[in-house]
Design a protein around this ligand. Structure first.
Ligand SMILES: *Cc1c(COP(=O)(O)O)cnc(C)c1O
Length: 389
């Protein structure tokens, strides 16, 4: 038996992610799981068939090229051109990764020296905090506050110091559903240029917006050479188990990210890469229908939760909706979520876990995922109605 702690100090306090804990509760109690964000309907059949065909015909069953198969890199480049008018060279400016998750980790590890400061929106996507710790860098939160969760740009400017290396930006933003406007994107880009900062743009939800269009940082003048843009097939095509993501950036940035990426997974998901190449070329109608479908679900959840008595912060993008439980007479989101399976047969996530100084910040915020079938959402709302006062 070792007597010292086995987990090194950099990870002390990380424990198990809340998603594992809450999904286990959902299973044990037969609850409707609106905790972890995964769709309950798989993506298009043609894409699934392309994956099956690749496996059966021996495409990608052995290590694919380190940067990803050429078919997928070409499809990513076509996608960036079609939707954003951005030109990327498929050989030097595109990198396929094990989901957006690996892209973020590899980018942070590649671009940060120990002690560098990384500014990121808080509440955070949970892997950001861990990745910044792995790099020995220092996280500097820019807190997004309800009801609109818009970033305070003056506060952002004040947080930039001589040690700031990176802006780690996520829009559309999980968990708040914030979608940066063009004006906000331009203002943040100006700061990055003025202070010579790099930007990691986590655009996993680029196609999941309802009212405000997504504006990639890479499209802003002067940003093309300093932004690492990240996409996710899991989010864009509803195949979260495949873990295929991609990076688009200038050749020096892609080379840097590739350097760390090769020692994380080296490569992954060979046959799925063929299928995602097919998916990226789906017609515009696929992308718009997916967003329209999600918008209807957002509206259903927003009005249903408001009717029950939650304060609802309407998201402009992603498949998450943040609420405040104070109007229900509740004072603690963690306690509320731990009790919710027994009380109502529903699982949700306490947003406090996405904040640094939890349990204070976001103490009464609770996040629901709505990437589920309408009848499942209706069942959840009906169960939650026991909370109405
Ligand atoms: C889901 C998610 C990711 C990870 O995407 P994968 O492709 O599943 O690895 C990254 N960033 C945000 C904000 C996400 O919500």
């Amino acid at each position: 038996m070792v007597t010292r702690p086995v987990l090194n100090r950099r990870y002390a306090g990380f424990g198990n992610t809340i998603f594992g804990v809450m999904s286990a509760r959902a299973l044990a109690t037969g609850s409707v799981n609106l905790g972890q964000g995964f769709p309950d309907v798989d993506g298009p059949a043609v894409v699934a068939e392309a994956a099956a065909e690749a496996v059966l015909t021996g495409k990608g069953n052995q290590y694919p090229p380190a940067t990803g198969i050429p078919e997928l890199r070409a499809a990513v480049a076509r996608h960036q051109r079609r939707f954003y008018g951005l030109d990327y060279d498929q050989d030097t400016e595109v990198l396929v990764t094990a989901g957006a998750t690996e892209a973020i980790a590899a980018a942070i590890l590649a671009l940060c020296e120990p002690g560098d400061e990384v500014i990121a929106f808080e509440p955070y996507y949970d892997s950001y905090v861990a990745n910044i710790a792995m790099a020995g860098a220092i996280r500097v939160p820019l807190t997004l506050r309800p009801p609109h969760f818009r970033p305070d740009l003056a506060e952002l400017e004040n947080k930039i110091t001589g040690k700031t290396r990176l802006l780690l930006l996520n829009s559309p933003h999980n968990p708040t559903g914030l979608v940066l406007t063009r004006e906000e994107t331009e203002a943040i880009a100006r700061m990055a240029i003025e202070h010579d900062l790099l930007v990691i743009a986590d655009e996993a939800y680029e196609h999941l917006t309802f009212d405000v269009p997504h504006v990639p940082f890479a499209t802003i003048d002067g940003m093309r050479g300093r932004v690492v843009s990240i996409g996710s097939a899991g989010k864009s095509f509803s195949f979260t188990g495949w873990k295929i993501g991609w990076v688009t950036a200038s050749p020096d940035l892609v080379a840097a990210v590739r350097t760390t990426k090769q020692f994380l997974t080296y490569v992954n998901g060979g046959p799925f890469q063929y299928a995602v190449a097919r998916a990226l070329d789906l017609p515009d109608s696929y992308y718009t229908e997916m967003a329209t479908d999600l918008k209807a679900k957002r509206d259903l959840m927003a009005s249903g939760l408001a009717d029950i008595g939650f304060e609802v912060y309407q998201p402009d993008g992603t498949y998450f909706i943040t609420t405040d439980i104070a109007p229900l007479g509740e004072t603690d989101g963690m306690e509320f979520c731990l009790g919710l399976p027994d009380r109502a047969g529903v699982v949700a996530i306490p947003s406090a876990v996405f904040y640094d100084d939890h349990p204070e910040a976001g103490r009464t915020q609770v996040r629901f995922a709505f990437c589920k079938r309408q009848e499942v959402l209706k069942e959840a709302l009906s169960r939650l109605s026991v909370l109405a006062r």
